[in-house]
Design a protein around this ligand. Structure first.
Ligand code: KG4
Ligand code: ZN
Length: 348
């Protein structure tokens, strides 16, 4: 095998992350920096700020990651970098860094589709985590984050079919917008999750858009609008007093929709070896618990990577990268960042 490991770079959105990953998915080290504090006051990610922070953080993180892995550049045979999809100013920093390191260290590099990384995250392992033993292709993956909400059939490495996706907002966006409405700040998914633990899931009746339609596509904008209309009518003291119940009821609507679509996908596809939850929203405790109970009931292997490999991270990009380099794929110095996936990235 030509590449036993790679150094990987992920800067597609607001997390700067560097990892060293072995060909078998073992993560030798990962160094990441999130930018939540820098974007908090704006109530969302500001692309210019994200790009600037990546350029400040990326090289010190490369250094710290190599130190953590106790490796020198002589021991790194290749580089992987996210070049699509994402924010252009953010992707650019990673791509330019990868190209420069590739030239100066005289090693090949390869551009990776960020979503492929999320889909392969269940294969990552380290000292603290091993994937379920029986887990393998083909599997169905629910990829839910602030920027994407899709359900895929992962047939084999490199063969990814989109079965359904949100037709409007991403699930993470639905969490974040709601958190803002009830005064919980940005990004709000984790806070809503925490508040919801002491709330009543039945106290408020939120819509579950498209839940009964026989499509794997989903929608969250109607839910968000319903919550907005309701919260605007509530005085601030009542919102504060009812916050846990509001969070629990709203979260339940999102979890219900995601689970209904996941179950429909499993039913439609038939023979699979497992189900995966990935992306930032898969950190949601209610979603995890509901999916676990269902998987046990129907006898499916459920793989939920640890949160460090669910949210945006370089380890998942490294795993995709080392596989692609070993298959002979190498990017040239002409590679550009792209806000969208390539036409051939997914099966049609
Ligand atoms: O994958 P990620 O780190 O970045 C993107 O690619 O977007 O996902 C971030 C999203 C945010 O919308 C955040 O609110 C949401 O994941 N999130 C959660 C939880 N933790 C993070 N949503 C619900 N429950 C959580 N515990
Ligand atoms: Zn992501």
């Amino acid at each position: 095998m030509k590449y036993d490991k790679v150094l990987s770079i992920e800067t597609s959105c607001d997390d700067t992350s560097i990892a060293v990953v072995r060909h078998d998915g073992y993560v030798l080290a990962q160094s990441s920096a999130n930018q939540d504090l820098q974007h908090k006051d704006f109530g969302g990610i500001v692309p210019e700020i994200a790009g600037r922070n990546h350029s400040i953080q990326v090289l010190p993180l490369v250094q710290s990651c190599l130190e953590k892995a106790k490796l020198t550049w002589n021991e790194i045979p290749g580089i992987a970098v996210t070049n699509r999809p994402g924010l252009m100013g953010s992707l650019l920093v990673g791509v330019v860094t990868a190209k420069t390191l590739s030239l100066t260290k005289k090693i090949p590099y390869v551009g990776i589709n960020h979503l492929e990384g999320h889909l392969l995250a269940p294969f990552l392992k380290d000292d603290r985590h091993t994937p379920p033993e029986s887990f393998n292709y083909p599997y169905i993956a629910l990829a839910v984050s602030g920027g994407h909400s899709q359900i895929y059939l992962v047939k084999e490495f490199g063969q990814y079919q989109i079965l359904g996706k949100t037709i409007d907002d991403a699930a993470g966006e639905a969490f974040d917008k709601f958190a803002k409405m009830v005064g919980l700040g940005f990004p709000g998914g984790a806070v809503v999750d925490k508040m919801a633990k002491s709330g009543d899931i039945k106290k408020y009746d939120y819509p579950r858009p498209m839940i009964r339609e026989k499509t794997i596509n989903m929608s969250f904008s109607g839910l968000k609008a319903a919550a907005k209309r309701q919260i605007e009518k509530m005085p601030p003291e009542l919102i504060e007093q009812e916050c846990a119940n509001l969070c629990a009821s709203y979260q339940e609507a999102i979890v219900d929709v995601l689970m209904a679509k996941l179950k429909l996908a499993v039913k439609q596809v038939g023979k699979i070896n497992g189900v995966v939850l990935t992306g930032g929203v898969s950190a949601n405790s209610r979603l995890r618990a509901t999916a676990e109970a269902w998987a046990n009931e129907v006898g499916l292997t459920l793989a939920v990577p640890p949160i460090r490999y669910c949210t945006d991270n370089a380890a998942m990009i490294g795993y995709a990268g080392v596989k692609r380099l070993n298959l002979g794929e190498v990017s040239s110095q002409e590679l550009a960042p792209s806000p969208k996936v390539y036409p051939g990235d997914f099966l049609v």
